[in-house]
Design a protein around this ligand. Structure first.
Ligand code: NCD
Length: 304
């Protein structure tokens, strides 16, 4: 059974194929309008979402398929104590593929062990978010024309930001990538990524608390929201939430072709005035997310 649990499930070659399919979908959308006719996707969202859930649903609808699911744990049998594994086995009788978001790290993996249909991890706690990474990779490819030879700045909540963890792991597989991690001390990237991924592979990176100092070096700036729901203590969240705010003035320090990405939702970390800057790519990223999810659904369902 094909599942997508973390981004390293796919080889670089498979990711290239998904990007190429996405570029073809953009050129020839009509070719794909019936590819998943008669197929159903179930979106099982135990945690809030706008983009991810709706983009999976829109992707399946654009492929001619249909959708079912729930968007709150309280409206599912999880509230009665059902395990995710049982839920997946049940929903696998109704749908051909499942996208699952869950507050617990590893829940989609647990669901995949006995699932009769492909499981897609649509975000598990503060761990991984591989389909956001696919959206990010397609955006970087379209904006920069390449996935190698890049200096990528990640800014904000690098501790709990699961989109950061997945994109970092994905980018480590391309040539000549440098990372700049911009965060307050309390929100630095987890040790397992620093030691087991970056240090082990000898990938160059710097860690800093100052965005302005490093902005001129960056090819990509990946802004993130401080992940309020993962904090144990409201006072810490309030203290840290506005650590970084990207403004039009700060954008004057950046390269003329730097791309600004953000997985969204944005809270305060990018001033609305930056939306007018041609380097702001976060709404394009949303569109790319829907398209590459179309390619992903076809791949996992082995649609020709
Ligand atoms: C992200 C997530 O859920 O991790 N959102 C998304 O899926 N685009 C980022 C976030 O919530 O901050």
């Amino acid at each position: 059974m094909n599942h997508l649990i973390d981004i390293l499930t796919f080889t670089v070659e498979e990711i290239n194929q998904l990007i190429n399919t996405s570029l073809d979908i953009i050129e020839n959308p009509e070719k794909y309008s019936e590819k998943c006719k008669g197929k159903k996707i179930a979106t099982l969202f135990f945690e809030p979402s706008t983009r991810t859930r709706l983009s999976f649903e829109a992707a399946m609808l654009e492929l001619g398929g249909s959708v079912l699911g729930f968007s709150e744990a309280s409206s599912s049998s999880a509230s009665k104590g059902e395990t995710v594994s049982d839920t997946a086995q049940v929903v696998g009788c109704y749908a051909d593929i499942i996208a699952m978001r869950h507050p617990k790290e590893g829940a989609p993996y647990a669901a995949s062990l006995h699932s009769p249909v492909p499981i897609i991890n649509a975000g598990d706690g503060g761990h991984n978010h591989p389909t956001q990474t696919l959206a990010d990779l397609l955006t970087i490819k379209r904006e920069k024309g390449r996935l190698d030879n890049l200096t990528i700045g990640f800014c904000g909540d690098l501790k709990f930001g699961r989109t950061v963890h997945s994109l970092l792991q994905a980018m480590c597989r391309y040539e000549n990538i440098k990372f700049v991690f911009i965060s307050p001390d309390e929100l630095k990237i987890p040790d397992y990524l620093r030691q087991d991924v970056l240090d082990k592979k000898g990938i160059p990176y710097v860690e800093t608390a100052n965005l302005e100092d490093v902005l001129p070096q960056l090819d990509i700036l990946y802004m993130t929201r401080v992940q309020q729901e993962r904090f144990f203590n409201e006072a810490d969240y309030i203290r840290l939430k506005d650590s970084y705010i990207l403004t039009a003035e700060k954008m004057t320090l950046a390269k003329p072709d730097m791309a600004v990405l953000h997985p969204l939702p944005r809270v305060n970390e990018i001033a609305v005035e930056v939306d007018q800057d041609p380097r702001a790519c976060y709404f394009k990223q949303v569109m790319n997310g829907k398209i590459i999810r179309m390619a992903l659904i076809m791949k996992l369902l082995e649609v020709e």
